[in-house]
Design a protein around this ligand. Structure first.
Ligand code: PLP
Length: 423
């Protein structure tokens, strides 16, 4: 059967476990889009995922029937909005297996969550010369907040090395720990390489030394089942928009004992208990960290997204995507002149690659003409690019609604790229 004739928008490819992505594709209206007269092949899920109709409906319903400000109102709509908002907090706690909804802080996203920890925990508890340890595969949002902290507080940023496959170099990681290590901040699933970091192993070592661990879960939340207690982490951050939810909403999970000791990082309404001109006192957790009117509609949409993905089952999602990624890796790397960047032992969802002699932006542009959306660039991980000696890569990133037919379309697209550029 020719690859061309096998492809049609929404055509499916059942996995060996029987999961059929075709069943869910129709729940995503945007997937029916045509680009340049071709069916959209959306492979930019690491940047942001698409939203199922239930998420779109939940925010629409909130805005058309329940909109009010939360917490302070006694009227009907305010109570509905407050219940919706706090209900999602309970749902998120359950989704992450947190011990209590008090451990769930709503904020804009992963970036804001890491900045909160750096500014509140870091500036309060870290002394000049204390070390924050990250890895060589971090997104800029898990590098720059620690550099800001270093400039403010005299802390030192240390980086555990990665190897040529894109795995954490474990011996190097252990060597990077010192008597001054006061915080470890690691990405769970690398957005540039797809590497899954051994977070439980890291937290085990950290616990033995009394070092708190922050996990950047921006990429993992939509692809791996997350249990913060089993992971043993102290902080876990993720963004709603990478988990089939709206933009502008995310979550910081923090162990209650640490959040209790941390000061607020922003002041304003809703985060206080009492205010006089002389001094103010803080609200209980988690309101202490939620100054001002939050993104209530975003929280409602996030709740619908979590329900949607949890109903599907993250174990089902994970095993389907694993097969899809294996297939994609084999197909793409079999194209002559294509090099896969990042071949870690455990990977999920991400396929970064370089086409010999052709700039990733050109790859992205020709693929776009074919209706295929990938990302070309440094993926906000310039040190990773430097490690692999490239300025940028082309990156296909998969979600549970992607199919083998779409992988085949990508491979045909890469052949087309080579044809256009005479490769
Ligand atoms: C690994 C990782 N961390 C952090 C972020 C930042 O997420 P956001 O822009 O939603 O705050 C991203 C976004 O791509 C990411 O992939």
């Amino acid at each position: 059967m020719s690859l061309v004739s096998s492809f049609a928008p929404g055509s499916t490819s059942r996995s060996s476990s029987g999961f059929d992505p075709g069943r869910i594709r129709s729940e995503f209206p945007i997937l029916a889009t045509r680009v340049n007269g071709k069916p959209l092949v959306y492979l930019d899920n690491a940047a942001t995922t698409q939203k199922p109709q239930v998420v779109i409906d939940a925010t629409d319903r909130y805005n058309s029937a329940e909109n009010a400000n939360i917490h302070r109102g006694v009227h009907h709509l305010s109570q509905l909005a407050t219940e919706a908002y706090e209900g999602v907090r309970r749902r998120v706690a359950e989704f992450l297996n947190a011990r209590s909804p008090r451990e769930i802080v709503f904020l804009r996203g992963t970036t804001e969550g890491i900045n909160l920890v750096a500014q509140s925990y870091g500036r309060t508890f870290l002394q000049p010369g204390d070390e924050v340890l990250i890895t060589g595969m971090e997104h800029h949002s898990n590098i720059v907040p620690w550099q800001l902290l270093a400039a403010q507080s005299g802390t030192v940023l240390r980086v555990a090395p990665i190897d040529d496959r894109g795995d954490l170099d474990w011996a190097g990681f252990e060597r990077s720990l010192s008597k001054r290590t006061r915080l470890i901040a690691v990405v769970h699933l690398s957005n540039a390489l797809g590497t899954i970091n051994p977070v439980s192993r890291i937290t085990e070592v950290a616990r033995a030394r009394g070092i708190p661990v922050l996990v950047d879960g921006a990429q993992s939340a939509a692809h791996l089942k997350v249990d913060v207690q089993a992971l043993g982490c102290d902080f876990f951050v993720f963004s709603g928009h990478k988990l089939f939810g709206p933009t502008g909403i995310g979550v910081l999970y923090g162990r209650e004992e640490l959040l209790e000791r941390m000061p607020p990082w922003q002041g304003g309404g809703d985060m206080i208990s009492t205010v006089t001109f002389a001094e103010s006192t803080w609200a209980d957790l988690p309101a202490k960290f939620e100054a001002g009117t939050p993104n209530i509609a975003g929280v409602v949409g996030l709740g619908a997204a979590i329900d949607w993905v949890a109903d599907l089952g993250l174990d089902v999602v994970g095993s389907y995507e694993r097969e899809l990624l294996e297939y994609a890796t084999a197909q793409v790397s079999s194209v002559p002149g294509v090099r896969v960047v990042g071949t870690a032992r455990e990977r999920a969802s991400i396929l970064s690659f370089a086409v010999e002699g052709i700039h990733p932006h050109d790859v992205g542009q020709v693929l776009d003409a074919e209706g295929i959306a990938i990302r070309a660039g440094h993926h906000c991980a310039q040190p990773v690019m430097a490690h692999f000696g490239v300025a940028a890569t082309a990156r296909a990133s998969f979600a549970v609604y992607n199919t083998r037919d779409e992988v085949d379309a990508l491979v045909r697209g890469i052949h087309r790229v080579k044809q256009v550029f005479g490769g």
